[in-house]
Design a protein around this ligand. Structure first.
Ligand code: GDP
Ligand code: ZN
Length: 317
């Protein structure tokens, strides 16, 4: 009747029952339609590819969800995993000289990325704030992640012309091109500033604010997909920026330290906690230098923090 042929689209935002679908093909390519979902489709999230039909006046109906390449999930209050965004290619973990990066926190973000199977990229922002005092520990940290095989980028939003900071921003743009990425990281590292610089037409903060007052606080948790003028997409929401601080299980934590993986399963005891056990393959790898002390310390810290969290959770229940 009033609906067009089936076509492919992408979820770029949602507002309650309605989803904004961008046409990916045909005459409507690039057009955004506010669509209903057929009742038989499981929850759709930003980044999902769908089959849909366009209706009149930029409306439409979503018929099916296409297979997801990746899915970012977060646990709800009951510990059930809920999808937050789909088809994310990179999790860009932003750090900066200020606020000072903590290895444990960065490792937590990396573990979370490894757990969902999305490659993390470590982005050092604010290179303009590097000094003789803070440079060494940051260089060491970046070198450690490079040695583990992670891609690292150094950039500065506040790049003064002539220094190598602009090179960093263009390296970042190249990396984001052709992919869908999210920015995560501690508050104050410059995520908003980066997004602002990459998407000059959008005022992310003002946008979030005005929506807030119009529709209530729940809108702030829904992710939106933005096209970068230079190519590639960004998915952003306050919830996504906190990705990695959500709950991690003990096994996920262990496997999230990629250099531990070749040693897992080789401890003498099957239920080894890799603490003081004899013939522990992980501890042996630390001893031989295959696993760095820093990463092992960080693993222990995160493990204890999780155990504390769980203990508190049990007491509340
Ligand atoms: P967010 O909390 O991660 O979103 O961080 P913001 O984008 O709000 O940035 C926090 C502060 O760092 C702001 O005052 C920014 O102006 C500043 N900032 C962001 N990027 C840079 C940078 O590359 N260099 C310097 N010097 N300051 C920056
Ligand atoms: Zn062990």
């Amino acid at each position: 009747g009033d609906l067009s042929e089936e076509q492919e689209g992408i979820v770029i935002a949602h507002f309650g029952q309605l989803l904004n679908i961008e046409a990916l093909e045909g005459e409507d390519k690039g057009e955004i339609h506010s669509c209903h979902v057929r009742a038989n489709i499981e929850s759709l999230v930003t980044g999902d590819r769908v089959i849909w039909r366009a209706g009149k006046d930029l409306t439409g109906v979503i018929e099916a969800r296409l297979e997801r390449q990746t899915i970012l999930q977060r646990p709800d209050n009951f510990g059930n995993l809920k999808p937050v965004a789909a088809n994310i290619d990179y999790i860009v973990i932003v750090i900066a000289p200020e606020p000072e990066p903590f290895q444990g926190l960065v490792d937590r973000y990396i573990v979370a990325a490894e757990t969902v199977g999305i490659p993390p990229v470590i982005l050092l922002n604010k290179t303009d704030l590097l000094t003789d005092e803070n440079r060494k520990p940051i260089d060491d940290m970046m070198a450690l992640y490079e040695s583990l095989g992670y891609h690292t980028i150094r950039a500065s939003v506040k790049s003064s012309t002539g220094d190598d900071s602009n090179k960093g921003m263009s390296e970042l743009l190249d990396w984001l091109d052709q992919h869908t990425s999210v920015f995560v990281g501690q508050s104050g590292v410059g995520k908003s500033s980066l997004i602002q610089a990459l998407l000059p037409e959008h005022d992310i903060r003002v946008g979030a604010l005005s929506e807030n007052t119009r529709k209530g606080t729940h809108t702030t948790t829904t992710a939106k997909l933005f096209h970068l003028p230079s190519g590639g997409d960004l998915v952003d929401s306050p919830g996504i920026r906190e990705f990695g601080l959500w709950h991690i299980g003990e096994q996920e934590l262990l496997e999230g330290f990629i250099e531990f993986r070749p040693h897992l399963g080789f401890c003498r005891f099957r239920d080894c906690h890799h603490e003081k056990e004899p013939k522990c393959a992980i501890l042996a790898a630390v001893e031989s230098g295959e696993i760095s002390e820093r990463r092992m310390d960080s693993y222990r810290r995160i493990k204890h923090a999780i155990a504390d969290q769980n203990a508190r959770g049990l007491m509340l229940r």
